[in-house]
Design a protein around this ligand. Sequence first.
Ligand code: WQD
Length: 347
Amino acid sequence: NERNKEKNMKILVTGGLGFIGSHTVVELQNEGYEVVIIDNLSNSTIEVLDGITAITNKKPLFEKLDLKVKADVQDFFKRHTDIQGIIHFAANKAVGESVAEPLMYYENNISTLIYLLQELKGLEKKNFIFSSSCTVYGQADELPITENAPVKPAESPYGNTKQIGEEIIRDTCRVNGDIKAIALRYFNPIGAHESTEIGELPIGVPQNLVPYITQTAIGMREQLSVFGGDYPTSDGTCVRDYIHVVDLAKAHVVALQRLLDVKNDSNYEFFNLGTGTGSTVLEAVQSFERVSGKALNYKIVDRREGDVTAAYAETSKANSVLGWKTELTLDDAMDAAWKWEQKIRSK
Ligand code: WQD
């Protein structure tokens, strides 16, 4: 029947031991897909594989491999000719680090994409999903942000690698009509799996808001610095669209099904993935305090260089074309993130 068609369909997930990648592997396995993960463990740990297996009782295939090594990428595809789709997460993603190390970001985020696309052309089914970001919009002129909003000059090399990545895919699809690709522009992914088997594992001092909140609450950090209280927003702090990582993961399964759908003949599309609701930093803090029952130690300090005032998604394209919308709330995500933080610090 319809559902069985996913059976023994093999999907490659690069960066599949990472935050969004691991949650997507779980949802793919829940749908019956067979998953092979490539990860170089530069920003993840092998224990994530056990976490995924603990949730689904199916251990994904895993190969430790650096996608920057072209010969290794070629060798992988010689051994896996039956891949029916690629979901490409593997990349460096720290905005600040990318400013300090632009060449590392351009090499890692761009060359790996090129090598994957070169191998994609040799597959029978050429389906590709690219992990992109709302950062391509910079500070949008209009809110909420639709897919028609202009891509703005990137504020960081990281953001630039997402813009360049999309252009590389678009140009490749233009002259390879048998490739079908979707770029997914994430807003702010947060939270963890309800099982507390997988979640966000920032290495070092977290750059992102929610892991910094949970590490402050658990006592690893002294105080949360709220970057800026004088923005033109409801309470002076920045507005973002915080999307639960499980909702985000499910969007990847739906996007893959669109690519696999023979009736769909569009060969390159992109979608904003968000809740459609903006929340200020203080509203996010209040959500955390509500669900955790803990008062958070925070202080409003100067703005952070490069932050936009506000970004949240207009979601009607993903809702109508993908038939997907978020189901989980900011409180759900904060609750899951807090439970995850307590679990990993209790070890
Ligand atoms: C969110 C808000 C900060 C930390 C970036 C990338 C995006 C995606 C997610 C990679 C901002 C404020 C944060 C803190 C704070 N990429 N903040 N104190 O910058 O919206 O998006 O990360 O995964 O492509 O651009 O996310 O979580 O860093 O910040 O006040 O200690 O929280 O100023 O307003 P951002 P973020």
